[in-house]
Structure formats: structure tokens, C-alpha cells
Design a protein. Structure first.
Length: 451
């Protein structure tokens, strides 16, 4: 039975039938009743939820820790100055009391300083742990699909272990678990070589476009775990091998882990995981290309809705470049291109967006695609007219008009408001989702100001 494909608006606004998504929580039991492709994309979806939660926590906690440290530093300077003023006077008792206060304050301040450093370091460690967990489950899924790809044919098991297994499936699972455990004890480079071998490619790390950045995050994690966050010779050597620009960083310096770095590290891990899962599904499960296309579109649009334009652009650029045999249909390819152009335009490169649109013949495209073209070209009068037709024909849902970033600038115009009122019989108002995002952004900005 062929599953009905989600429409352009359904996929792009996240309102159609979707690949199962994980709840943003800690590790949960992975579903086993799903199709293999859905299980693989579920793994990347779970990583996205966990990494985004870590990112949100970092944004919330770091300003608080920085503010606490700043207050304690001011107090320390104030009391230290007072201690110096009292020194040499006859009031030894008072001097002793102030010095005691100063010592206590130094201890208190150092505690806060350590909390800040530990939180930053542990946040990087969490990212790599999420990535490692994702890779281990991806490997298990691949070997479950293709147990013939287990290394060698000399797998052995003791009699004592055998009698504890209930079936041949249990035996297969044990061999798979043992092999994956062994692979995960190897270096990340060796793990990746093993993954490439499983899916019969030697170009995966090049196709990802994130490998050097991922290696830097992994090496930074190693520095946090083994060197207390102080740059080591090993870190410098590995980064140099992969062409990573470290600026003026040198051995003995403390690694900087600020919000800008952590955001980029989170995006690197998310982008890598999505592309790995997508590559595995498209190479090993061609019958599930539709599910892979839907997942990629839905999660890419979520990034657009959060205005994380750069990573959304990279994901949709990856999607656009996929060979035709790895995409379910022409409609999906057009959806990928439109969303790529949304990101380009939002990043201020409207010229590149318009050039990209010219690479496709849209003459026979459905009206919903033509509406997207008009909006991307800022032809709002024509877009208003076509919006009547598309909206009444249910080609694009109301939620898409409210939330899809394609209409971000169009929504501010009188043409959009007139068309919306005529199509849906009510005035346009900001959706609850957009309002919540705006409130979260205002809260973040207040926290930044209070640092």
C-alpha cells in the first residue's frame, strides 16, 4: 500500500502526516514497530530534540552564571580594596576581621567560577555523548537490516551464553550488540570508516560537509574530559590535520566555550546526524524515500521557523544536491529548492535565491508552487490574486499562511491581510506559535541585558 505524500503546505508548515517525532525529553525506549526508515529518522529526530534542549539550557544558564560571577568579582574587588586601606593601622582586630571576610569571599567566588567552567565543559561533553549514542544506534539498525555485514564470520559464543538466549533473533542481537560495542570503543575516525563500509561508500565525510567541525567538537570534548579545558598538543595537532582555523590559540590556553560557539557546535551535531540518517535511508531503503523526504522537509522548516537560517540553508542545499534516484519525486525536489531559497533570502542573498529558482522549469507546476515563486520575488500584488485561488482550493492550509517562513515578509503587507480576510473570512492575527517564539526571544534578550 502506497502512503499518501504530504502536500507542499503540509510538509513545509509541519501540518501534514509526519514521520514520527520524539518528545523533547531524555532518552526513551526506541520504537520497534516502525518501518526501518522511520526508525532511522526517529533516531536523528531524538538527537535533535535532546541537542536543542541542551542548547536552550545553555542559553538560559550561562547569563545567570556570568551575572553571579560578575557580582562576586565586584564584591571581591571592593573588599580587597578595603583590606589594603586598613593594613598597617593599629586596628588589628578589624583588619583581621576584614581579611577573614576577604578569604571567605575568595573561596565563594572561586566556587562560582568553577561552576561556570564546569557547566560549559559538561555542555560540550553532553553534545558528543548525544552524537555517540546516535551513531551506536544507527550502526545497530544497519546491522539488524543486514546482519551479513557483521565483521568476519568467526563469531563465537560460549555454551553458558547460548543457553540463556531464547531464540536465533536473540543470538543475532547479541552478535550485533557486541560488534557495535567494540566499534564504539574505537576512535571516532575509525567509527566513521566502519559506517562508510557498512553503506558501501568512501565519500560520506565529504558529502556531510561538517566533518572538520565535528572533529573539533569531539577534540574539544576530549580536552574538557582529560585536560580540564586547557588546550593540549593533541588538540592542536588534530585540528591542524583537519584544516581547522584556531586563530591565535596555543597550548596551555583555556578553550573558550561561549554561546556563539555552543550554538555552532549544536548545529554541527544536528546537521551531521540528520545527513547520516538521510544517507543511510536513501542508500539502503529506497522504498522509503518518501518518508525520508518528509522528515528532511519538516525538520528543515522547523529550523526556518526558529530563524536558524544558516543550518536550514545547509540542509536544504544538501537536499537539492541529492541525485534524482535518491529523491521520491519531482515535487519533493521543488519543495527542497523553495525552502533553500527562503533561507537564502532571509540571509540577505536574494540574488542567489532568484538565480536558484531559475534552474527549474515552473511552467507546469501547481499553483501553490507558483504562489511561492511570486512571494520569493516580492511580487505581492500577483501573489494576492493567486492566494485567493490557492487558499480557497485548500492547496495551502491556513496554518501554513500563518507560520511558514515563506510568507514572513508577505504577512506584513496589506495585500496579504486582504487576501487572508477574503479567503478565511477573518482578520489575520499572529499565531500562538509565533507569539510564543516572540515571547521567548524577548525573554532571552532581557537575560542578555541583565548579564
Amino acid at each position: 500500500m502506497v502512503k499518501k505524500k504530504a502536500s507542499l503546505a503540509d510538509q513545509s508548515a509541519g501540518t501534514g502526516k509526519q514521520t514520527p517525532q520524539p518528545k523533547p525529553s531524555t532518552k526513551s525506549t526506541r520504537p520497534t514497530a516502525l518501518q526501518p526508515g522511520a526508525r532511522l529518522t526517529f533516531l536523528s529526530g531524538e538527537l535533535i530534540a535532546n541537542v536543542d534542549s541542551a542548547r536552550e539550557l545553555f542559553h538560559t544558564i550561562i547569563p545567570i552564571l556570568d551575572a553571579q560571577d560578575a557580582v562576586q568579582e565586584k564584591l571581591l574587588i571592593k573588599v580587597s580594596k578595603r583590606v589594603k586601606e586598613i593594613k598597617g593601622r593599629e586596628r588589628k582586630a578589624l583588619s583581621h576581621e576584614v581579611e577573614q571576610i576577604s578569604n571567605d569571599l575568595i573561596t565563594f567566588y572561586n566556587t562560582f567560577g568553577r561552576s561556570n567552567k564546569l557547566f560549559r565543559s559538561n555542555s560540550v561533553i553532553t553534545l558528543v555523548s548525544e552524537y555517540d549514542d546516535f551513531v551506536s544506534h544507527i550502526l545497530k539498525e544497519i546491522l539488524t537490516l543486514h546482519p551479513d555485514r557483521l565483521k568476519g564470520s568467526d563469531k563465537r559464543i560460549s555454551y553458558g551464553e547460548a543457553v540463556q538466549l531464547a531464540s536465533l533473533d536473540d543470538l543475532k542481537s547479541k552478535f550485533i550488540d557486541d560488534e557495535v560495542d567494540a566499534v564504539m570503543r574505537e576512535s571516532h575516525d575509525e567509527q566513521f570508516r566502519y559506517l562508510e563500509k557498512l553503506i558501501n561508500t568512501d565519500k560520506l565525510r565529504d558529502e556531510l560537509g561538517t566533518w572538520p567541525k565535528l572533529i573539533e567538537v569531539i577534540e574539544r570534548r576530549n580536552v574538557c574530559v582529560h585536560a580540564g579545558g586547557i588546550i593540549s598538543r593533541q588538540y592542536l595537532s588534530v585540528c591542524k590535520q583537519h584544516g581547522i582555523d584556531l586563530g591565535n590559540s596555543k597550548e596551555g590556553d583555556r578553550l573558550k566555550i561561549d554561546i556563539a560557539y555552543y550554538d555552532e557546535a549544536c548545529d554541527t551535531v544536528i546537521e551531521t546526524a540528520i545527513k547520516i540518517a538521510q544517507t543511510v535511508v536513501r542508500k539502503l531503503l529506497p522504498q522509503e524515500l518518501g518518508s525520508a523526504d518528509n522528515f528532511l522537509t519538516i525538520n528543515g522548516v522547523k529550523l526556518l521557523m526558529k530563524e536558524r537560517w544558516a543550518i536550514a540553508l545547509r540542509l536544504f542545499d544538501y537536499a537539492v544536491r541529492l541525485p534524482a534516484k535518491y529523491v521520491s519525486d519531482d515535487a519533493s525536489r521543488k519543495i527542497f529548492l523553495i525552502n533553500k531559497c527562503i533561507a537564502l533570502k532571509a540571509l540577505g542573498d536574494k540574488h542567489a535565491a532568484l538565480d536558484a529558482l531559475k534552474t527549474v522549469d515552473w511552467s507546469a507546476a501547481e499553483d501553490k508552487f507558483k504562489l511561492a515563486l511570486l512571494v520569493l520575488r516580492d511580487e505581492y500584488s500577483a501573489a494576492e490574486k493567486l492566494m485567493y485561488k490557492v487558499g480557497k482550493g485548500k492547496g495551502v492550509r491556513e496554518t501554513a499562511f500563518r507560520d511558514w517562513p515563506l510568507f514572513r515578509d508577505f504577512r506584513r503587507t496589506e495585500e496579504f491581510r486582504r487576501a487572508f480576510r477574503r479567503v478565511f473570512g477573518k482578520d489575520y492575527s499572529v499565531s500562538a506559535a509565533n507569539a510564543a517564539r516572540e515571547q521567548m526571544e524577548e525573554l532571552r534578550q532581557k537575560l542578555q541585558k541583565n548579564r
